[in-house]
Design a protein. Sequence first.
Length: 139
Amino acid sequence: MKSHRKELWFNIPTRRGFVNITPQVETCLHESGILEGLILVSAMHITASVFINDDESGLHQDYEKWLEKLAPHEPVSQYRHNDTGEDNADAHMKRQIMGREVVVAVTDGKLDFGPWEQIFYGEFDGRRRKRVLVKVIGE
């Protein structure tokens, strides 16, 4: 069995955003030379997420609205975590909801997706560099 590891780096200029990272993940898969196996894509920061869904702007707007209802950013004083001087407690909660990582089957050297599936990086406390781990294992 072979493995391949690569880090993808992001610096989202806004507090929140969603980025389709499927092309970068596919590049990592091709670099690995693995034809059959699994690929793990994982956010390496506690206020960011990786998830799979449809690349449709209305859905992303719905996520933004829904997440803000579940864990509103303001008032920041509503969160005990922010007593430390930070203002990102909501980002930790949004990450918990959206998830840390995804695992996708690799078949014939391609991501084995269902219809419309794409991989996204979700940022909930941006304006600084963060990384995503891509780990491919297989033959």
